[in-house]
Design a protein around this ligand. Structure first.
Ligand SMILES: [Zn+2]
Length: 270
């Protein structure tokens, strides 16, 4: 499943082909993904110029000069294909640019989504309105987490997955950040010391930034015909490493919290 770094890498890759470009042809190949495509999508985008791209949480944003923004989510399996040799049955949205590039949103399992939102209304669009700060932005601070966690008895791992507290953090990077900050994922959030929060905030930013950098260095792999955006291999310290040795001499353990796996090292995460 694509996490924030994959979405960020996808957006940066798409920008190379879309930023400043006019969309000459737009095709919607089926009625819906997780929910229906906006009925006016083809009309709204055909002839529009892309004025910029961005990301909010795990959503990609394509802004246009018609004061509307395409908001896409990759769901479980979505990806953008660059100049596919042929459009196939899983390419549900196809954009052609005046420069002659074709970009197709391919989503075999169709858990993704595409919405068209007035750019000025993005902040109050319901999926965005309640989101917490971006983890890579200046608003994610020790003070923010200190207030958000105060008095909370829920496990710190679960609160970090709460999109109202931090937007766009998923299971992999929460596990990795808690490991790097030496915090036990089971600890009550309100009991995490300020010193530990002081380690956690930079750890969150670092694990995401490193993954984005790894994605960026994979750009050459898809800057070619039939390339695909957004997936790259990464190495993790604890994620999916149950039973393996930690550098501290401990052993990575897997537990289930809130119905999802958590990997951590009980020896160095306190
Ligand atoms: Zn350890």
């Amino acid at each position: 499943m694509p996490e924030l770094p994959e979405v960020e890498t996808t957006v940066r890759g798409l920008a190379r082909y879309l930023d400043g470009e006019r969309l000459t042809r737009v095709m919607v190949k089926r009625a819906d993904l997780r929910r229906p495509f906006p009925p006016n999508l083809v009309q709204a985008l055909t002839g529009a110029r892309v004025t910029g791209l961005g990301r909010r949480a795990k959503y990609g944003l394509i802004h246009t000069d018609r004061e509307t923004t395409v908001v896409f989510h990759l769901g479980m399996s979505g990806r953008w294909r660059i100049d596919p040799e042929e459009v196939h049955k899983h390419d549900h949205l196809v954009l052609e640019t005046a420069a002659g590039h074709t970009l197709s949103l391919c989503d075999p399992r169709r858990f993704g989504s595409v919405d068209l939102i007035d750019t000025a209304e993005l902040g109050v669009w319901p999926p965005f309105a309640a989101l917490g700060p971006e983890p890579l932005g200046d608003d994610l601070t020790v003070q923010h987490l200190h207030y958000a966690f105060a008095g909370r008895i829920a496990a710190v791992k679960l609160l970090l997955l709460d999109q109202r507290i931090v937007a766009g953090l998923g299971n992999i990077y929460v596990c990795e950040a808690l490991f790097r900050a030496n915090i036990d994922p089971r600890k009550a959030a309100g009991k995490v010391s300020r010193a530990a929060l002081g380690r956690l905030v930079p750890a969150i930013k670092a694990v995401l930034a490193e993954a984005i950098e790894a994605g960026g260095s994979s750009l050459r792999d898809y800057a070619q015909p039939d390339g695909q955006l957004g997936y790259f291999s990464k190495r993790f310290d604890v994620y999916d490493r149950e039973g393996e040795a930690c550098a501290c001499g401990g052993t990575v353990k897997r537990i289930v919290q809130g119905g999802r796996s958590t990997w951590f090292c009980p020896k160095c995460q306190k």
